[in-house]
Design a protein around this ligand. Structure first.
Ligand code: ASP
Ligand code: MG
Length: 409
């Protein structure tokens, strides 16, 4: 008998029929002899709908009331799922985040979990019930309703799994697991049976968008084993686990593609201390999130600074930088939308050479120009034209033989 946390995302509970389907799955798991805590999201589209409603009654809704409103999405699902389980003859108890003992800080709409006291969860489990917890929400020490940021139900599930010492946390979603690349882009992409936390973090934050990356960081920190799998079939999913020595043999685990990026270059910047600080302070104050930064070698006392960001933030970035360019005496500002980032990810890269050469070679043969390059210990990323991203992804996937599942040394 094991103790399982199962999380079902918005699509998996998107309508009454799907809720009944989840109810059956949960009951089957319990009847197979497991103790089950189920964490659910709001039904798909509900959170977005509530946000829209809020803006229809107020141009600037307060964050406190936003949390009170958004928490109702998950509260609806827990009650419906508990009713569905009850109707099928099993016993379930629904708990809000507060009832489940999830205490957060007071940063409304972006709260962090401070601690979990799972007293009620454990009590109802001991009683033989399926416990259903509302994802994405918590409560401050002072009793204020809070939410954990978009996609926060993943974090609720991982954090509860850690707090109750679950054997496994299963993230049920509308995809079969984590793939070597997005199968919509690369038809030969393969499902990965396992990957390390670090690889998952790169794949998740780099655009696989399977899971909220904060929840993966949490799982890594507290050693929570989890699995990503589909709620629509019984196929095994992808296990995310601590790194093992044999994992090092896999040089490239997968490719990650991020579209909707933009690039800004501040040209002919006087090469003296403080100019880069001035540029990025202005962007930080405007809350523009920066991804890659490249500054090249100074020539004639001048240098270029380029960085990438989300295309949606481009207009704001240009607006705040224009006065800064004048102030620091830089030569100009150039911006470009229509770019994308392609990354190859794998922990084996740490101890194997030739990955960069192979990647650049394959892009060269495809006539694809590389505009920027960055690397980390387990990743090499390039910026290319958005128009060639599908071609680049397919070429790279083939060059590393990822249709076989992974590129090994
Ligand atoms: N319902 C919330 C959202 O849509 C949380 C979640 O689904 O994980 O972001
Ligand atoms: Mg989600």
């Amino acid at each position: 008998m094991s103790l399982l946390v199962q999380k079902y995302g918005g699509t998996s509970v998107g309508n009454p029929e799907r809720i009944r389907h989840v109810a059956r799955r949960v009951i089957d798991t319990q009847r197979a002899g497991h103790r089950v805590v189920t964490v659910v999201s709001a039904m798909s589209g509900v959170t977005d709908g509530l946000i829209k409603l809020a803006h229809e009654v107020s141009p600037d809704p307060t964050e406190r009331e936003m949390d009170v409103l958004l928490a109702t999405g998950e509260q609806t699902t827990i009650a419906l799922l508990a009713m569905a389980i009850d109707a099928l003859g099993a016993r379930a108890v629904s708990l809000t985040g507060a009832q489940a003992g999830i205490v957060t800080d007071g940063v409304h709409t972006q709260a962090k979990i401070a601690n979990i006291t799972p007293k009620q969860i454990l009590h109802h489990l001991d009683d033989g019930a399926v416990v259903i917890v509302a994802g994405f929400q918590g409560q401050t020490m002072q009793g204020q309703v809070t939410t954990l940021g978009r996609g926060g139900s993943d974090l609720t599930a991982i954090a509860i799994a850690s707090a109750i010492g679950a054997d496994l946390c299963q993230i049920f979603t509308d995809v079969d697991g984590v793939y070597t690349c997005d199968p919509r882009l690369v038809p030969t992409a393969r499902k990965l049976p396992e990957l390390s936390y670090e690889e998952m973090l790169e794949m998740a934050s780099l655009g696989s968008k399977v899971m909220q990356s904060r929840s993966v960081e949490f799982a890594k920190k507290f050693g929570v084993r989890f699995e990503v799998r589909s709620s629509f079939n019984d196929n095994p999913g992808t296990m995310i686990i601590d790194e093992t020595p044999s994992m090092e043999n896999v040089v490239i685990r997968g490719l990650s593609v991020e579209k909707n990026q933009a690039k800004v270059t501040v040209g002919a910047v006087p090469d003296r201390p403080g100019t880069a600080a001035r540029v990025f302070n202005a962007l930080a104050e405007a809350r523009v999130v920066i991804d890659m930064i490249v500054q090249n070698v100074s020539a004639n006392g001048q240098t270029d600074i380029s960085f990438t960001l989300n295309k949606a933030d481009l207009a704001r970035a240009e607006e705040v930088l224009r006065p800064v360019v004048a102030e620091i005496g830089a030569g100009g500002l150039a911006a470009r939308g229509e770019i994308a980032k392609l990354s190859v990810v794998g922990i084996g890269m740490r101890s194997h050479s030739g990955v960069a050469a192979k990647l650049f070679d394959c892009l060269a043969r495809g006539g694809i120009n590389i505009q920027m390059i960055t690397t980390s210990e387990i990743k090499i990323a390039v910026i290319i034209d958005e128009a060639s991203v599908a071609e680049a992804a397919n070429l790279t996937h083939a060059a590393f033989g990822l249709e076989q599942g992974a590129y090994t040394a």
